[in-house]
Design a protein around this ligand. Sequence first.
Ligand SMILES: *Cc1c(COP(=O)(O)O)cnc(C)c1O
Length: 362
Amino acid sequence: MAHVKLHIPGPVEVSPKTFQALCRPAIGHRGQGFKDLYAGIQPQLQTLLSTKQLVYLSTSSAWGVMEGAVRNLVTKKVLNCMKGAFSDKWFDVSKKCGKEAEALQVPWGSPIRAEQIDAKLATGQFDALTLIHNETSTGTMSPLAEIAALKAKYPDVMFIVDAVSSMTALPLNFDAMGIDVLLAGTQKAFALPPGLAVFTASPAALAKAATVKDRGYYFDFVEFEKNAKDSMTPSTPSTPHIYALDSKLGEFFAEGLDARYVRHQTTNQMLRDWGSKHGFTLFPEAGFESITLCCFNNGAKPGGRAVDAAKLQKLVKEQGFLIDGGYGKIKGTTFRISNMGDETVESMTPLIAALDKAMTQL
Ligand SMILES: *Cc1c(COP(=O)(O)O)cnc(C)c1O
């Protein structure tokens, strides 16, 4: 069957070059070859996240580290900032980890604002919060810098941030923000195949984790730090993914990070322009739209042209592109298209043409 190119907001399309990188010969994960591989990419990962902390490699999807962060860092009560399917789920996950948890819920499509978090933290009940920077289910980006600035007021609260669908698409200055955990699964904006997550933790987070007794084994942050100091991982990693990450980071720095950030803005603008041309409004609140995907209203709002999102998806798929027909409770009333990863103006142009053609067939 012919390949249908992924423009869903993750997993995203993986290039042949990246797939080839997975095929380098097998090596042992305790040998010098592996240490050289990890040590080679460590400075690039640190530059990417603007951090002096070690960046860890977790053979898991993002949820492994998201759950792990809760287990490692919550002893009192966690504030789960909720604005869409993934961030809402973090509340359930916290409770499933046996933690005291409270929801800070805003309507889907709204961002989380610093003053809302401030009001909750002022109660003194919380020792951690979870936040999703770019809520992929709704295409909404919360103002991370504004929220991170609260850390100065609440130094003992662990700020755990998911940047799964934004990391590599815009600058994330971990040390300067002063937050405690920053994580991403690499099948989104990194454009690797699913199966690897990267994360980093502040000295305060590592110190706190060391005092937490039931932090578990597989995602024990103390073990990650200890092993990373020797350029190793606690358990056997997916070495092929790390080869692919090495290849990918090479591409990032050859292009230049700033150029990469601009490229994401440009390709996202192509989608926004396409949407406006056809009368589609964006689902997120104005000013908080993602730059790695567009979540469009299917036209149910005034002035928009109502379309059957499932039918649009099918018509675009017949032309070789997979877009998303909406996620969770906004499935059917929204649809999402991703520009994450390797996408360029050239690679997006055929997608836009396919979308245009589909609109004539609806
Ligand atoms: C996809 C996604 C996740 C979940 O990632 P998995 O890799 O499936 O564990 C979490 N957060 C965000 C923002 C996502 O987009």
